[in-house]
Design a protein around this ligand. Sequence first.
Ligand SMILES: Cc1cc2nc3c(=O)[nH]c(=O)nc-3n(C[C@H](O)[C@H](O)[C@H](O)COP(=O)(O)OP(=O)(O)OC[C@H]3O[C@@H](n4cnc5c(N)ncnc54)[C@H](O)[C@@H]3O)c2cc1C
Ligand SMILES: NC(=O)c1ccc[n+]([C@@H]2O[C@H](COP(=O)([O-])OP(=O)(O)OC[C@H]3O[C@@H](n4cnc5c(N)ncnc54)[C@H](OP(=O)(O)O)[C@@H]3O)[C@@H](O)[C@H]2O)c1
Length: 647
Amino acid sequence: MSPRSSGESLGVVSDETSDSDAPSMSESQDVVEITDKVQDLPLSSPQRSKKRRASTTYATNSEDIRRLLGTGGGTQFLQKYCCGDGCCMVEALPAASGQPEHIFIQQPDNDAYRFLGLTIGSLTLNTGLTKIVDLPERKISFGAIRRQSINEKFPDETKHGHDASVVNVHPPTYMQPHPPYNIFSAPVYGARELTKPGAEKRTFHFDLDVTDYPEEGGVDFKVGGAVGVCPPNDPDVVEDIMNQLGIPRFQRDKPVRLFTSGGRWPTIWGDEASRELVTTRREILTWAIDVSSAPPTKPLFRLLAEYAEAPNEKKILLFLASAQGQAAFCDLRTGPHITLQQLLHAFPSSKPPLEALCPVLNQLMPRFYSLSNDPHVSSAREGLAGRRLIEMAVTVHETPSFTGQKRTGVGSGFLERIAAKFVSAEQSAHPDTLPGVAGRRLNLQIPMFRGLMANPLSREFASDGPMVLIGAGVGMAPFRGFILNRLKNANCANKIWLIQGIRDSTLDEIYRGELGAHESEIKKVVQSRAKAPPVSTEDPDVLNPSSSSSSDDDVDKPAKVRDGTDKAQKVAKYVQDEVRMQADIVWFAINAVDGRLFVCGSTKGMGEGVEGALIDVAMDKGGLDYETAKAFWEGKRGNGQYIAETW
Ligand SMILES: Cc1cc2nc3c(=O)[nH]c(=O)nc-3n(C[C@H](O)[C@H](O)[C@H](O)COP(=O)(O)OP(=O)(O)OC[C@H]3O[C@@H](n4cnc5c(N)ncnc54)[C@H](O)[C@@H]3O)c2cc1C
Ligand SMILES: NC(=O)c1ccc[n+]([C@@H]2O[C@H](COP(=O)([O-])OP(=O)(O)OC[C@H]3O[C@@H](n4cnc5c(N)ncnc54)[C@H](OP(=O)(O)O)[C@@H]3O)[C@@H](O)[C@H]2O)c1
């Protein structure tokens, strides 16, 4: 028994029709033998001291989205940025000679600048800089338009309001991430928090009402599919950026004509073409440009330098766009997450016009969220009066910010704000009010589109056959749909095994108690951070039985035993550890004719970790050598039996 797992055993659900030759935990291999093998394996945790890569962005432009939406295979796409080692282009700064002509730079004295942690070395106001990137081309411009002319010249533009009161509710028509269809504002039917106070990451559940979702070529929402959500930027951030840019208040919500000289922007999937449309500055900053989730680029620094009035700010910004500043630039992209808002605070004398800024920022892209239930099961719930629902679970991404507060991700932050309003209305409702009614009165909406309904999870899900589901964090969400789908068909309520990776079962075991009647038999929970039970000091063997510390430094260290030797513990702290322990079940399922193994979770380590464990299982149970075991899983991937969706 793993000291870190929650105690449930991963058994076999069988019904009358089951031939059940699948192994159960009781028939399983000698656990001691397996854990002994596990302790000899290389530690599987992430290398925390390693510098992070600049960013993992699923979709930064229309091409990425095309790939995501195109074929299921495209969802494995990942965009990688600069390696962060400063290996390319760097040229040394000349040493400051201390001669009178060298004017040392006074670095900006503000928190936003300090948060950058910049090293400018011997940079002076007179340092010669080379290979400064060109000033980005102006590709857009604004023109005046009278409200009267909007109706006459741009009748489509009258379909959505541009006023400040509605601008945050629904995206402008021109975005169209899913042409020829428009973005649908799905009413929020329910929202609740799945995690408990104190959880390292908060996760929220949503029920969205898609009854009025328009017909789209006969394709419907499917179990395992993922919807696209078009999130707005945080309205407070947008307001602050406009303040920093010095955009006068009267201009912020005033309709303007926007002219573009080519490209797709501000559409997401439109053709490459020049455009003329009606929008407002607030609307553009809210929906069309990514102001926070991508690391800064040299063209952005070059542009900020161009408009910086203070010589010290200008020089530092030029440095970051030059060969001499390459190492500092790479550090910025791989260090703290920097946003446009922060840069405008760090270099307050730079106030570029919005039309110059837009072309150097990424387009704000949709975020994808897996359905956490079978839409047919959701819509069959009692009391819906024929309404159709989809469900999803969203984990909030947070990063430190220069304000000292944490900053949320664009999509998950938006969804958290929506959930918070819903939950707060529910909490302050009269006790006699039926659940959900007070929240629904707020008319909250989520701009979304059907998204990925032919992605590998939904494509390969089968209504029969043994199925091993391995999910960490919110990665288990689509598996709730799989399980509930199977359970609605009595013949299929067998041979499902879920290995769910969480941090602490008291805080973040999402969807606990929501996986149907057989939950405790089909599920094994693996906790990575549960506090170990207190150990008697009388214990002859162990001083500290668990690496329960959440300290980055400690977490991978084996516990010390009293005699001073290091002895790795028999600890299953990640899902891959449990995969090794459940080798019999994994091997049975993947070798069954209609068996499948699904993996879902973070790309940062978990995917590779599970893959390594699966290779071990094939070597151990199949007697294969390493290369053959690898090829075995590749083959299973190729024929749709092994499906890994890690992001
Ligand atoms: C097919 C698919 C299904 C998915 N299903 C789910 C699901 O069911 N539930 C779920 O919660 N999520 C799911 N996701 C992930 C989800 O789409 C989003 O990626 C996630 O919510 C984070 O988006 P965000 O806008 O909140 O964060 P973003 O603002 O996009 O930030 C995300 C990450 O980018 C990096 N980053 C942010 N800002 C910067 C910066 N300034 N500089 C450098 N790096 C930065 C950080 O690592 C940050 O954590 C799924 C993704 C895909 C592709
Ligand atoms: N369809 C899809 O593709 C899809 C659907 C839903 C979710 N997702 C993705 O799933 C991910 C879920 O992330 P999350 O933020 O909820 O959780 P998370 O931060 O990834 O953590 C979940 C659990 O995984 C553990 N973990 C950390 N490193 C690991 C490793 N190397 N191997 C195994 N486990 C490891 C964590 O432990 P510690 O923190 O204690 O180390 C924690 O207990 C997101 O990236 C999301 O994009 C994808």
